[in-house]
Design a protein around this ligand. Structure first.
Ligand SMILES: CC(C)(COP(=O)(O)OP(=O)(O)OC[C@H]1O[C@@H](n2cnc3c(N)ncnc32)[C@H](O)[C@@H]1OP(=O)(O)O)[C@@H](O)C(=O)NCCC(=O)NCCS
Length: 175
């Protein structure tokens, strides 16, 4: 599949061998924050059918790691998304989210969730622009509702939710 926003790049499902090259770009793409520990190899093995990379040859343009919730049959979850700094602001992030929404709809998932750190204002604005609501938390930081100590002590998160329409004639429930 070719990708409109960045010519020459193609979108495909993520595979296990993408793991090293994806975690290698995280510190640079996240402005020095090394969050690679949040992307264990097992995600690339088990969520490959709902996760993507955008690439042109060896050049990684973007990636999204998401999954269909096993415990919540109406929900999909986007865990991580990153777009190469040179390709931001061209609709690549939106394209990846739209692709994930399509998969969710096809499998009867009408709700997509995600989260980010309150310091990541760009991510907060991106999610807002894509129609996500900010979920009420147990505190407020810089005007944002946050859930404190989310993954560990001292780790506030802004939680997002978006309802998506589900088409009739849903898939069999598995991607
Ligand atoms: C957040 C990120 C994925 C957005 O990707 P992108 O390809 O630049 O986003 P898009 O071009 O598809 O933008 C979609 C919409 O969000 C808006 N948007 C994107 N980044 C924004 C920002 N930093 N501030 C304000 N709005 C922003 C765009 O203006 C656009 O709005 P529009 O379509 O209504 O005009 C990208 O900036 C990134 O990789 N950041 C570093 C990693 C990160 O923080 N990931 C998210 C947390 S896991």
């Amino acid at each position: 599949m070719t990708c409109g926003p960045v010519d020459g790049y193609a979108l495909r499902n993520i595979v296990e061998s993408d793991h090293p090259r994806v975690i290698a770009v995280v510190p640079d793409w996240w402005g020095g924050r090394d969050l690679a520990w949040m992307l264990p190899r097992l995600f690339f093995i088990h969520f490959g059918n709902t996760s993507f990379v955008l690439e042109r040859g060896d050049e990684l343009g973007a990636f999204l790691v998401g999954f269909l919730s096993p415990a919540r049959p109406s929900e999909g979850y986007i865990h991580f998304v990153g777009v190469h700094p040179e390709h931001r602001g061209r609709g690549v992030g939106r394209l990846l989210y739209d692709r994930f929404f399509d998969i969710c709809r096809a499998y009867g998932r009408d709700t997509v969730r995600s989260c980010t750190s309150p310091v990541n204002r760009g991510s907060v604005e991106f999610h807002r622009r894509l129609g996500f609501d900010l979920v009420s938390g147990n505190a407020e930081m810089d005007g944002l509702p946050v859930t404190l100590d989310y993954n560990r002590p001292g780790d506030p998160k802004v939680l997002f939710v978006r309802r998506i329409g589900v088409s009739s004639g849903n898939g069999p429930g598995r991607p």
